[in-house]
Design a protein around this ligand. Structure first.
Ligand SMILES: Cc1ncc(COP(=O)(O)O)c(C=O)c1O
Length: 361
C-alpha cells in the first residue's frame, strides 16, 4: 500500500516549480487565452449558483459537444480531477490497472494513491508508439480491472485509431474491465477530432478538459463522460472534494464553450506557425530520432548522442531554455517538446535547443 502521508507527484512538483524558462518548450498546452478576448459581460457572471451537481448550462454544452446526454457528464476540476473521479468510481483497493508506458506520471500516481496496483504495457518507438492490442492482451491478468490510455498520447502525440480502441475495448469487455481514455490532447485536433471513445461501448470512460488545446487552463473546466450509473457514483465521490465548483469559473467555461470556434482559431494559428518550425528542426538533426506527430502540442524526440541530463543542464544554465526530461515518462533518453507557446518565443527556443545540441556533439 502507498503511504498517504508521503504521497506526491515528482512530475507535478517539477512542472509547477522547476519547468519555467524564458524559452519554454516544456509546457504541453497552448499559451494562455486572455480573458479580455472572451465576450464576457459582468452581468453574465454570478458568484454563487444553485445547481448542486454541476452547472446545468455547462453540462448541457459539454453533452452537446460530445454527442451524449447530461446524464453522461460529470464536471471536474480539470482532467486531473476527472481522472481521479473516474478511477475512484470504478476501482477497488487491490485491483490492478494496466497503464500505457511512456505514461503521464499522474495516472499511475493517482492509481497508486487509491491502492490500485499498476502494471504497464509498452508503446514502442519502433512501432510509432502505437497501442498494440496483442501486447495489451499479453499484459492483462485476472486482476486487471482497467486499461488506461491517453489519446493523443502524452508524451509522443501519437493518435490511437478507432479500430485499435475497439480492439482494446473488446479485450476489456471480455474480462469485465474498463477502458479509460484521457482525451485532453484530442481536443487539439479541432475539426478533425474523432468522436469521444465513450461512443465505442459502455466499458469506456473518457476524461478531458479545456486546458491543453485552448489555453484555458485557469478555468479548470474538466469532465468525465461515462455511463449514467457511474456518473452518479462520481458525483457522490465529488461531494467529498469541495462540494461544488467555483461558480464564476463554471459561467466562464459555458461562455468559452459558446465561443470555442474563436478560441480554437487562435490555437490553430499558433500551431500552424510552430509545427513547421518543429518539423524543420527535427529534419535538420541527425542526433535526434523522433516519431513526428501529425497533431497536438507535443513531440518526444530521442537523443542519440549524450545524456538528456547533460542537455537539460546546458539548456537551463546557458540557454534559458526548458524541455521536459524523459525520465519523468520512464524514457530517460527522450525529452518532451511542447509547441503551444508564442511563435516568436518558440522559434527562438528551437534555435537555442539547436545550439545546445551542437555544443554536445
Ligand atoms: C494526459 C494528461 N491528462 C491530464 C492532464 C492534466 O490536465 P488538466 O490541466 O485538465 O487537469 C495532463 C497535463 O499535463 C495530461 O498530460
Amino acid at each position: 500500500m502507498t503511504s498517504r502521508t508521503h504521497i506526491g507527484s515528482p512530475y507535478m512538483q517539477y512542472a509547477k516549480l522547476r519547468s519555467a524558462a524564458k524559452y519554454n518548450l516544456a509546457s504541453s498546452g497552448m499559451m494562455s487565452y486572455p480573458l479580455a478576448d472572451l465576450p464576457v459581460k459582468i452581468e453574465d457572471l454570478e458568484i454563487t449558483g444553485s445547481d448542486m451537481y454541476g452547472y446545468v448550462a455547462l453540462k448541457e454544452r459539454l453533452a452537446r459537444r460530445n454527442g451524449v446526454t447530461v446524464d453522461n457528464v460529470v464536471c471536474a476540476a480539470g482532467t486531473s480531477m476527472a481522472n481521479h473521479l473516474a478511477f475512484a468510481a470504478t476501482l477497488e483497493p487491490g485491483d490492478e490497472a494496466l497503464v500505457e508506458r511512456p505514461a503521464y506520471e499522474l495516472l499511475p500516481t493517482t492509481l497508486e494513491y487509491l491502492d490500485v496496483s499498476v502494471r504497464y504495457f509498452d508503446r514502442r518507438m519502433e512501432e510509432d508508439f502505437r497501442v498494440d492490442p496483442d501486447e495489451v492482451a499479453r499484459r492483462m491478468t485476472p486482476q486487471t480491472r482497467m486499461i488506461v490510455l491517453t489519446n493523443l498520447h502524452n508524451p509522443t502525440g501519437a493518435l490511437i485509431d478507432e479500430a485499435t480502441l475497439r480492439a482494446v475495448g473488446e479485450l476489456a469487455r471480455q474480462r469485465n474491465a474498463w477502458v479509460l481514455v484521457d482525451e485532453v490532447y484530442l481536443e487539439a485536433m479541432f475539426e478533425q477530432r474523432p468522436r469521444p471513445a465513450i461512443h465505442l461501448g459502455e466499458q469506456f470512460l473518457v476524461t478531458s478538459s479545456l486546458t491543453k488545446a485552448y489555453g484555458l487552463s485557469g478555468l479548470r473546466c474538466g469532465w468525465v463522460l461515462a455511463a449514467p450509473e457511474l456518473v452518479e457514483r462520481m458525483w457522490h465521490i465529488h461531494d467529498l472534494y469541495g462540494v461544488n465548483a467555483a461558480h464564476p469559473a463554471e459561467r466562464l467555461s459555458a461562455i468559452a464553450l459558446d465561443n470555442l470556434d474563436s478560441v480554437a482559431q487562435r490555437a490553430k494559428q499558433v500551431l500552424a506557425a510552430n509545427r513547421p518550425v518543429l518539423d524543420s528542426f527535427l529534419q535538420s538533426r541527425d542526433d535526434l530520432a523522433c516519431v513526428r506527430p501529425a497533431f497536438g502540442t507535443v513531440a518526444f524526440p530521442k537523443l542519440l548522442t549524450r545524456s538528456v541530463q547533460e542537455l537539460d543542464r546546458l539548456l537551463r544554465e546557458k540557454y534559458e531554455t526548458g524541455v521536459v526530461p524523459g525520465h519523468f515518462f520512464d524514457a530517460p533518453q527522450h525529452f518532451r517538446i511542447g509547441i503551444g507557446g508564442d511563435p516568436e518565443m518558440t522559434r527562438a527556443a528551437f534555435e537555442r535547443l539547436g545550439k545546445a545540441l551542437d555544443e554536445l556533439r
